[in-house]
Each structure stands twice: as structure tokens, then as C-alpha cells.
Design a protein around this ligand. Structure first.
Ligand code: APR
Length: 312
């Protein structure tokens, strides 16, 4: 056994396998890829491992169908579930994915009681709630991946529009991971310059709308599934922030108690991400319009969560 951190990824489909790829190539730790399909996680893991000499990463990658192999993971990423097809919203996945996330979380919590859980399965905000209830982990160890993905989409569109380096573009997208998500142009910048200084209102509104529909745009192009490169990269950024205790400020679906007047739900907010998981929820000052959009998004999350209760 190595002394490297251990990251288990549940679901070795598009998002799971791509996440394993990014994590291994960044040498963040040993990776275990688990799926219910016999042979598939083993095959993908062996293939990825055989790229290590070329890419020069010294971590182990193991595929499995057995939770014993995930034992004592530092981080467990849950991607298991069904992705959407054209015409479906993320919310349409709720009944099937609630059952999958419940079963997976029970197994994960049994084998890695001290891990940090990162949930990716959609509908995201509701699935984080399910994982939190089932695992009974302290809230700071259950986190949903959505804001980093939505923000990287917004950043991409801003960089393209202004013809500037993506490295200089930061953006903030809060709220639920759905059509009601809240891109915040006032908190989106190009090397510190608010984009509101660089683009007119119409362009910003169009880019924000494209961001809201960013997942759907990919689904409609792929026709057989949903996005995986940007989601995999977003998860990897969160894993790195945690394992290296970087204290990054990233938008994640985190438990809000009194923050933002949200009482007891997981919603997309900026958090400080470090070795303990969510170390702080950062409260931004929202103006009236932003605040109304955020509360509307929270109401949607609440209605989704209410639907999951019969699966708990
Ligand atoms: N336990 C373990 N793995 C499971 C289970 C389960 N109970 N049920 C399903 N899986 C696996 C499937 O066998 C499949 O390999 O989850 C994997 C999902 O992979 P894909 O179908 O390729 O879906 P993907 O695109 O990776 O999306 C997964 O992430 O972004 C979200 O909306 C997306 O909810 C979806 C999830």
C-alpha cells in the first residue's frame, strides 16, 4: 500500500473515467474506479495505468466491482447514475438516480467513514441532499460539484467573446445546478476588471443564458449522453484543492444553514475548500435582482429535495 492519498470514483462511465484520467495525470493520488458493470472499470483502469510510463505519473489506478477496494478512501467521487438524453432535464433523472445514490452512499459510508464525498450525479442539488442524509456525515464532508463546472463554462464563453486568455477570466455562478442557476456578471472578471466594464449588457445576458443552458447544449450535440470533459476537470480541481489543503475559493453545492437565508439545504455558493472539506461558506453581497434570482433557484432546489424524500 502506498502512502499517497486514495481517491475512489464510483461510476466508471464518461464522467468517472474522465475524472480518473485527470486525477491520475496530475498525480493527486491512487485512484480506484468502481462500477456495477463487470470488467469495464478493470479494463479502463488498466488502460489508463498503461499510459503512465508515457505520461510519467506514478500513481496506481485500480478498477473494481467491490467496495472493499475503496476502503479508507480520502475522497470518494460519486458519478454513478443515468445521464440525460435530448429533451430531458436534469430533474427527469430524480427517481432512478436517487435510488442509485442511496445505495452507493450506504456502501461508501460503510467502507470509508472518514472520507470527503463529492457528488456529481444529477439532479445535483437533490443528490447531494440524499448523500448527506444517507451517509450522516458532517455537512462539511459532503459537497456537490456544479458551480465549478457552470463557472468554467461561463469563463470559456467570456474568454471567447473578448478574445482573451482563459487564464485571466474568473467567473462566479451560484444557486442550483439547473435552468435557474445564477451567473453573477458583477463578480466575473478579466484579471480583476469586472466584465460589466468590458461588454455591453446584451452580450453579458446572452453569455449568461448560454451558461444556464450549457449542459443542454452538449446533450443536444452528443445525443447519447451528457458532458464529461469539463465535469471531470471541475471535479479534479476540487479534489486538488482538498488534498493539497489549498483553501481555494470555489463555487460548490454546500450546506447552508443560515447563510444566504437558506435553512438546511445544499445550494451553489462560494466556499473555502481545504483538507477538511468545506471550511467556510463565503457570503457575497447580492443586489436585489441577484438575490431574487438566487432565492428562486433555492425554491427550485427545495422542491426537488421534497421529491427525494420517498427514496430515503
Ligand atoms: N453502482 C455503481 N455504478 C453504477 C450504478 C451503481 N448502483 N448504477 C449505475 N452505475 C454506473 C453505470 O454502469 C455507468 O457506467 O454509472 C456509470 C454512469 O456512466 P455514464 O452512463 O457514462 O454517465 P455519465 O455521463 O458518466 O454521467 C453520470 O453524472 O453528470 C452527471 O447527469 C450525469 O447523473 C449523471 C452522472
Amino acid at each position: 500500500m502506498s502512502s499517497r492519498p486514495k481517491i475512489s470514483i464510483i461510476g466508471a462511465g464518461n464522467v468517472g473515467a474522465t475524472t480518473a484520467h485527470w486525477i491520475a495525470s496530475k498525480e493527486l493520488g491512487d485512484v480506484v474506479l468502481l462500477d456495477i458493470v463487470d470488467g469495464m472499470p478493470q479494463g479502463k483502469s488498466l488502460d489508463l495505468l498503461e499510459s503512465a510510463p508515457v505520461e510519467g505519473f506514478d500513481v496506481d489506478v485500480k478498477g473494481t466491482n467491490n467496495y472493499e477496494d475503496t476502503k479508507n478512501s480520502d475522497i470518494v467521487v460519486v458519478t454513478s447514475g443515468v445521464p440525460r438524453k435530448p429533451g430531458m432535464s436534469r430533474d427527469d433523472l430524480i427517481s432512478i438516480n436517487s435510488k442509485i445514490v442511496r445505495e452507493v452512499t450506504e456502501n461508501v459510508a460503510k467502507h470509508s467513514p472518514n472520507c470527503i464525498l463529492i457528488i456529481v450525479t444529477n439532479p445535483l442539488d437533490a443528490m447531494v441532499f440524499v448523500a448527506s442524509k444517507v451517509s450522516n456525515f458532517p455537512h462539511h464532508r459532503v459537497i456537490g460539484m456544479a458551480g465549478v463546472l457552470d463557472s468554467t463554462r461561463f469563463r470559456t464563453f467570456i474568454a471567447k467573446e473578448l478574445d482573451v486568455s482563459v487564464e485571466d477570466v474568473d467567473a462566479m455562478v451560484l444557486g442550483g445546478h439547473g435552468d435557474s442557476m445564477v451567473p453573477l456578471p458583477r463578480y466575473s472578471t478579466v484579471n480583476g476588471i469586472p466584465i460589466t466594464e468590458l461588454m455591453d449588457h446584451g452580450r453579458i445576458t446572452a453569455l449568461a443564458e448560454r451558461t444556464r443552458k450549457g449542459g443542454e447544449e452538449i446533450v443536444n450535440l452528443l445525443k447519447t449522453g451528457s458532458a464529461f470533459y469539463a465535469p471531470g476537470a471541475a471535479v479534479t480541481e476540487m479534489v486538488e484543492a482538498i488534498l493539497k489543503d489549498k483553501k481555494r475559493i470555489l463555487p460548490c453545492a454546500a450546506y447552508c444553514d443560515k447563510e444566504y437565508d437558506v435553512n438546511g439545504y445544499f445550494v451553489g455558493v462560494p466556499v473555502k475548500l481545504g483538507r477538511k472539506g468545506v471550511e467556510k461558506v463565503i457570503e457575497l453581497k447580492l443586489n436585489k435582482e441577484e438575490s431574487e434570482m438566487f432565492q428562486k433557484s433555492v425554491e427550485h432546489v427545495k422542491s426537488l429535495v421534497a421529491t427525494t424524500e420517498k427514496f430515503l
